[in-house]
Design a protein around this ligand. Structure first.
Ligand code: NOJ
Length: 539
């Protein structure tokens, strides 16, 4: 339940994730960068989003597209310079757009000075920044295979939850914690409005302990002991306290959203508390594999019951196939209905670049076109297990996150907004993808529907701060109402493939509709939406 006294700026913010390399190239090298992003702020302002989440932009060998940070205090030359970053922040703030940045605290690139020092000088204090031991245990990496790698030119192995080039940090070591707080301070001083904390429940706060003994139905190791370790809440609380105190001393309020690596609400919920994260990413809803409105409704109800504060509402990110392909099977009407749910339901909405035009998945035609380390790793593992090349490609494609990382489709040019293909993706992208330019010129486009919904979301306190009066599902018609004081916004979305009678009270003002068939009674066509406002008399 939300109370009026607790309103924070991020509750009335619509966030938009920018995948740096793919959004807008500003210097003609084919890679998205801060100059390009700054040049698109007018676009973002026009769309109406007022919060940006920027994926990692720090110097990095980019084995995992920047989630392998080699220096936390700079900008990778591919993305620009610190001056470009400062300029971008200034221009975003001038437009009323806040910016949160991705910080990767769990691991560093093996190119980071700490790791290089740790392996070149085993006596150095940096050895204890990581986990080295003589023999691996049985823990497996999230990208497949062992979580242990032999150190270069040494005798021991080191621990990595992701790629071997991403060495895990030892969060039991106070020096690591202090160094990471310095990183957060550095970026707060440069004006960021908060952080997206990468795999934050993965921090190793209790060292290397018991073996993970169980496997799921797909044969993947269940991470019983390497994540959610004892001490994790204290660790996260130290980070959150620092950010909140430091921001408050500067008269600011920072937002902390955590990527908690779980799809079950019961495991996500404990991380969202006053002294921990403001919100967690609700993968229980957002990353579902196929569309099921019953399941979606069930998760909305469960989040209402089990979460303290607001859920997050999203169906897209750089780590999952795009909702247009995964959930909507290229049906633009269904995508419009899902957009209404994303922006009208109770929660902090996170959009992903390109979602507003219904960008579908990009399908690399061969493994040589895949950039994603997770996909390539699974390809190699499949071959090593004796699978055929075509079976290994299928496995790689299943795991491949490049699907959602194709560059933004601005206009009709082959490389649309990029002077040439990004070096790593998109050579075989089809030409007939939706384009921003076309949709802006078409008042009936998905882009305009997003713009309408975003404006409604921002302009109506009931949609930011309002609790649910109703939250029901009947024959595919999702009906909910959000109330604040005497104002109630009624939302009805027809997720069925049949037209559905709709409750249309003539005394309510229609704020937006799609697929509304007026008659006796009024109907919503399949995937139609009706949004109305009721103002109750105040006695
Ligand atoms: C989560 C990020 O979203 C993903 O892209 C990355 O591969 C892992 N964390 C490792 O940092």
């Amino acid at each position: 339940m939300l109370t009026d006294t607790k309103h924070k700026w991020w509750q009335s913010t619509v966030f938009y994730e920018i995948y740096m390399a793919s959004f807008q190239d500003g210097n003609g090298d084919g890679i998205g960068d801060f100059k390009g992003l700054t040049s698109r702020l007018d676009y973002l302002q026009d769309l109406g989003v007022n919060g940006l989440w920027i994926t990692p932009f720090y110097p990095s060998p980019k084995v995992d597209n920047g989630y392998d940070v080699a220096d936390y205090f700079n900008v990778d030359p591919d993305f620009g310079s610190l001056e470009d970053f400062d300029h971008f922040i200034e221009k975003a703030h001038a437009r009323g757009i806040r910016v949160i940045i991705d910080v990767v605290l769990n691991h560093v690139s093996t190119e980071h000075a700490w790791f290089r020092e740790a392996v070149s000088n085993p006596e150095s204090k940096y050895r204890d920044y990581f986990f080295f031991q003589d023999e691996p245990n049985g823990w497996e990496s999230f990208f497949g295979g062992s979580a242990w790698e032999k150190e270069p030119d040494g005798t021991q192995v080191y621990y990595h939850k992701f790629a071997p080039e991403q060495a895990d940090l030892n969060w039991q070591n106070k020096a690591v914690r202090d160094d990471m707080l310095r990183v957060l301070k550095f970026w707060l001083d440069r004006g960021v409005d908060g952080f997206r904390l990468d795999v934050i429940n993965f921090l190793s706060c209790n060292g290397i302990g018991e073996e993970n003994l169980h496997r799921d139905s797909k044969g993947r190791q269940i991470h019983d002991h390497d994540i959610d370790q004892p001490g994790i809440y204290d660790c996260i609380s130290e980070i959150c306290d620092f950010v909140r105190d430091y921001s408050a001393r500067r008269g600011k309020e920072s937002f902390l959203v955590g990527e908690v690596g779980h799809e079950e609400l019961s495991k996500l919920a404990p991380y969202q508390r006053d002294d921990l994260l403001d919100v967690v990413f609700n993968f229980n809803l957002g990353s579902m594999g196929s569309f099921d409105i019953g399941e979606i409704h069930g998760q909305l109800v469960a989040m209402e019951d089990q979460l303290v504060g607001l859920p997050t509402i999203f169906f897209n990110s750089h780590d999952m196939a795009r909702s247009m392909s995964r959930l909507c099977h290229d049906n633009a009407e269904q995508a419009a209905a899902l957009a209404a749910l994303t922006l009208m339901a109770k929660g902090v909405s996170f959009l992903y670049f390109g979602e507003e035009i219904g960008m579908p998945d990009y399908i690399p035609q061969s493994v040589s076109e895949m950039q994603d380390v997770q996909a390539v790793n699974h390809y190699q593992l499949a071959l090593a297990e004796g699978k055929s090349i075509s079976e290994a490609y299928d496995k790689a494609l299943e795991e491949c996150r490049d699907k959602s990382r194709l560059y933004m489709q601005w206009n009709d040019d082959k490389f649309s907004g990029f002077s040439r293909s990004t070096p790593w993706i998109g050579e075989t992208a089809p030409n007939n993808l939706p384009k921003v330019e076309e949709q802006i010129n078409d008042p009936d486009s998905l882009w305009h529907w997003y713009k309408t919904l975003i404006a409604l979301r921002r302009d109506n306190p009931a949609l930011n701060f309002g609790n649910y009066d109703i939250l029901s599902l009947e024959k595919g018609l999702l009906t909910f109402a959000r109330r604040r004081q005497n104002k109630i916004i009624h939302i009805q979305i027809n997720f069925s493939d049949q037209k559905h009678p709709v409750n249309h009270n003539p005394s309510h003002e229609v704020l937006a509709s799609k697929g509304l068939d007026l008659g006796e009674p009024d109907y919503l066509l399949p995937f139609g939406t009706l949004i109305t406002r009721e103002v109750q008399d105040v006695c």
